[in-house]
Write a protein that binds this ligand. Sequence first.
Ligand code: NAD
Length: 296
Amino acid sequence: MATIGFIGLGNMGGPMAGNLVKAGHTVNGFDLSADAVDRFVAAGGNAVGSVTEAVKGAEAVVTMLPAGKHVRAVYLGEDGLLQAASGGTLFIDSSTIDVASARDVAAGAAQAGMAMVDAPVSGGTVGADAGTLTFMVGGPEGDYDRALPLLEIMGKTVVHAGGAGNGQAAKICNNMILGISMIGVGEAFVLAEKLGLDHQKLFDISSTASGQCWSLTTYCPVPGPVPTSPANRDYQAGFTAAMMLKDLKLAQEAAQSANAATPLGAQAMALYSLFVAAGHENVDFSGIIKMLRGHD
Ligand code: NAD
């Protein structure tokens, strides 16, 4: 069994680290929040006092932080991971961050003689608890092979998406599809209401016709047709509107730097900005149908 460092023990990182503990690894965890550390210790982890201590003696270090600036600081900063680690340490960054930061940090790791993959996830806190996350991984083949046994403890599906940053690229492309398609499905249900077409009838037809997509068949934004969708519990998240907005912003940032035209992605970002600005940041992202109806 290995010694693993874990930085960022929040809603996602806490249960992910817990699953590594359950699998028999020694996990040395660090977080700025005392509450997060307490929950980690209750799950059997060892609390340490700094990034430097978390990397000491560790074969691998997992990071699960809010955004690119935190990842840059924790890896590249003074007393950061790359300075403190011994050569050959494997780093796995599972935070959702901008592609440019992911590639910069990976280049810094390679230069320092470390192995590194970006490995953002989908599956939310439920998947993090159950160990059923999907990992989208970017990095060299050999580093991916080393990361795989740990990722398989925390997740169910692991896909190697290519070189450094491609895990982040896959994540934001997927979530751009999701944001756009949820708005499309929401608009169709609102139009159906105005035309006197029953929700269930539209669902029965479109779910087996060319309008079929995940936002309709798994996450239907009106109550009834898919009993497990958040619409049936007043849009309790699930995946919050704030998280969707974060990912759509990352997609737009990437589109600008890569000179890609993504006009529907831009529109989806604008609509989720309005929804979040109206105070719905913690509502499930499928709740945007209320705004499309013209309701608050
Ligand atoms: P969170 O805010 O609950 O956890 C982040 C943790 O990082 C916090 O506990 C914070 O104290 C800690 N932290 C910040 N800076 C630190 C530093 N310098 N050193 C040590 N700890 C530090 O967030 P989360 O929901 O766990 O999300 C983490 C990442 O996973 C984000 O990038 C998010 O976009 C992504 N993600 C979240 C979900 C979800 O459903 N929550 C789903 C998929 C992906």
